[in-house]
Design a protein around this ligand. Structure first.
Ligand code: PEP
Length: 251
């Protein structure tokens, strides 16, 4: 049975004390909530990982927002997957469109990062999604298939079990424009289909596929009601505990 997950992606927001405060507020709300229907993860900057780990309880998961594409060595300023894992983090977010776009992260580089993350014992939240131009040109299915196949399809079925996929249409990230529930469901079903072709129905059925892109308390319920949408990767709305919890409790 696949898990429902709501994961925050704080991006480059909050100082360490602010982040600890936010994490504590989320954790208190998670602990007070009865009968939550999803796992809750906070994705935080590298600098915050240890402090946030100390501020949350075992009911919550912790993610880094990136890791290096090398195991270790002379890469000044980089943070390896093993370093991330040593903070107690459970997940790393890889392939976010901001990293693909601003930092030229290629399909090949992400394949390497996925391997290093899994080797370090982390689970991966792997992001994919098309730009507005690609959607208008009708190439969005190909773009998504290439991103997933190119960075993940060398994995065996056991390793795929440690991957969460996040579909994030670039035109919906931070824009206030959300994909409709039907648009998102169409892509999630497509993703599950390509997973089934490659790994069989069981792996496809067991893979958690999140939606990301201006998800908020007011639209989460409709999105999460779709059969192939198993939760959300949440940017802006993860920066206020009340908004984030409004999404967590939408299941
Ligand atoms: C994101 O960047 O992963 C994201 C989904 O952002 P937002 O919710 O702000 O659109």
């Amino acid at each position: 049975m696949r898990k429902n997950i709501v994961a925050g992606n704080w991006k480059m927001n909050t100082t360490v004390p602010e982040g600890v405060q936010l994490a504590k507020e989320v954790c208190e709300a998670v602990c007070a909530a009865q009968d939550l229907k999803c796992d809750v993860i906070v994705g935080v900057p590298f600098t915050h990982l240890c402090a946030v780990k100390g501020a949350i309880c075992e009911k919550m998961g912790l993610a880094a927002e990136n890791c290096a594409d090398h195991e270790k060595g002379a890469y000044t300023g980089e943070v390896s997957a093993a370093m991330v894992a040593s903070t107690g983090a459970d997940y790393v977010i890889l392939g976010h469109s901001e990293r693909r776009g601003y930092y030229n992260e290629s399909i090949e580089m992400l394949k390497t990062k996925v391997d290093l993350a899994l080797a370090a014992g982390l689970k991966v939240i792997f992001c994919c999604g098309e730009s507005l131009d690609e959607r208008k040109a009708g190439t969005h299915f190909d773009v998504i298939k290439n991103e997933i196949a190119g960075s993940l399809f060398h994995l065996d079925a056991e390793a795929m079990g440690r991957i969460v996929i996040a579909y994030e249409p670039i035109w919906a990230i931070g824009t206030g424009e959300t994909a409709t529930a039907d648009q998102a469901q169409e892509i999630h079903k497509f993703i599950r289909g390509i997973l089934a072709e490659k790994y069989g129905a069981q792996v496809a059925d067991d893979t958690t596929i999140l939606y990301g892109g201006s998800c908020k308390p007011s639209n989460a319920r409709e999105l999460f009601a779709m059969p192939d949408i198993d939760g959300g990767l949440i940017g802006g709305a993860s920066l206020k505990a009340a908004d984030f919890m409004g999404i967590v409790t939408a299941f």
